[in-house]
Design a protein around this ligand. Structure first.
Ligand SMILES: [Zn+2]
Length: 392
């Protein structure tokens, strides 16, 4: 029964709707499905609205040395069609020195400047001083455009507030990009403004409760089945047929985990008294076919840790994993609220090849594993309630 319902919701989100970045019409369809399902299941639904910006991808082309290369514009890159001369920068001092040179060059970021995605300025939960310094130095260079040379699996720049046309290319494609080279760069795509909601639904009246969450949004580039339609499908199936009786739970479909401004998370936090949230169970990237499941524990006192570990030890296919300070539980864990995060065992190995790509389809998801995730969560909730809420 659980597996059947999980399959039903998974297919609606990842097949019928597909890519659902916050602010888009597809995202609204997804949250409407979530809200109406939770309402039908008898929960009290609250939708917290937000306004955000989403990115519609476009084509890209780079001509170096008479050689044409198809490139992918970085998300939120302004469009461009330009010819410019290249200037290279491999570290922050080199990038900062470009402010002394002429404007209108094409800045190529390599080395330490392109080793990790830069946190967007609008991201509310973390300000990385080095990343801010890189963005500031890039702007001070007054470039016509920027190219990040990186083999990271994600684009190096994804920032609606940067205002510099940009793309990310692989090291193997960077031949001919040397200071003084003349290149032609054409980038398409468009930024749209749009509205959305964060959906939350309670089994009880306001007051102390557990949060059970999964993010409903996806990158624009992917149907987002394992990341994270599967997690939302588990929430919905549990709300329909399996939340433990007598445990006050708020089911939250966070809407911005993969988004530059975490719009849904911010809207939910603004409408929520966190002193009432006793613990959170978050599901993200669970149910990948052919793998086991893992549970990370954060901000859990030793006795709670032991209780949860005992449940997991009894469940075949499960293991405890290292603390995982990403995804939606991290915001609460960092405030000291006990947080449990269920995902696929060894998820970091497969992030680069599946997550955020067109290959993250329902075929990579095993609904039987997700049904087992649902059952495990339903087993954990009364344990958490007993320790953190003094009920159950
Ligand atoms: Zn995710």
């Amino acid at each position: 029964m659980l597996a059947e319902r999980i399959d039903h919701h998974l297919r609606i989100l990842a097949e019928d709707i597909g890519a659902r970045p916050p602010g888009s019409a597809a995202n609204l369809r997804a949250t409407t499905h979530v809200a109406s399902t939770l309402e039908r299941a008898g929960l009290t639904v609250r939708c917290d609205p937000f306004r955000t910006r989403w990115w519609e991808p476009g084509p890209g082309q780079l001509r170096v040395d008479g050689r044409d290369l198809t490139v992918v514009p970085n998300p939120y890159s302004p469009p461009c069609d330009l010819r410019a001369s290249v200037v290279m920068a491999a570290d922050l001092p080199a990038l900062e020195r470009l402010a002394e040179g002429p404007a209108g060059r094409l800045v190529v970021l390599t080395g330490a400047l392109a080793s990790d995605p830069l946190w967007p300025v609008a991201f509310p939960f973390l300000a990385e001083p080095t990343h801010r310094a890189i963005a500031a130095a890039l702007l001070a260079a007054r470039p016509a455009a920027a190219i990040a040379v990186s083999d990271h699996w994600q684009p190096i720049i994804e920032d609606p507030d940067l205002g510099v046309p940009s793309t990310t290319i692989r090291t193997a494609d960077a031949d001919g990009l040397v200071t003084g080279a003349e290149v032609v760069l054409r980038l398409g795509g468009a930024v749209h403004r749009g509205d959305g909601v964060n959906v939350a639904a309670r089994t009880s009246d306001a007051g102390p409760r557990l949060v059970l969450s999964a993010h409903v949004d996806s990158k624009v580039t992917t149907p987002g089945a394992f990341d994270n339609a599967g997690g939302v499908a588990v929430l919905l199936a549990l709300a329909e047929h399996g939340l433990p009786a007598g445990v006050p739970v708020e089911v939250v479909a966070f809407n911005g985990e993969d988004h530059v401004d975490a719009c849904g998370e911010v809207a939910w936090l603004a409408a929520t008294d966190l002193t009432e949230i006793a613990a959170i169970v978050n599901i993200d990237g669970a149910g990948l076919r052919g793998r086991g499941s893992s549970l990370a524990l954060m901000a859990c006192p030793p006795d709670l840790h032991a209780l949860v570990a005992a449940v997991i030890a009894d469940r075949p296919g499960w293991a405890l994993s290292e603390p995982w300070y990403e995804s939606d539980h991290a915001v609460l864990a960092m405030r000291g609220i006990p947080a449990l995060a269920a995902t696929t065992a060894g998820v970091h190995e497969v992030m680069a090849t599946i997550a955020h790509t067109p290959d993250d389809t329902v075929e990579v998801v095993d609904v039987e594993v997700l049904a087992d995730v649902a059952t495990t969560v339903a087993t954990l909730l009364p344990v958490l309630a007993g320790r953190c809420l003094a009920v159950g």
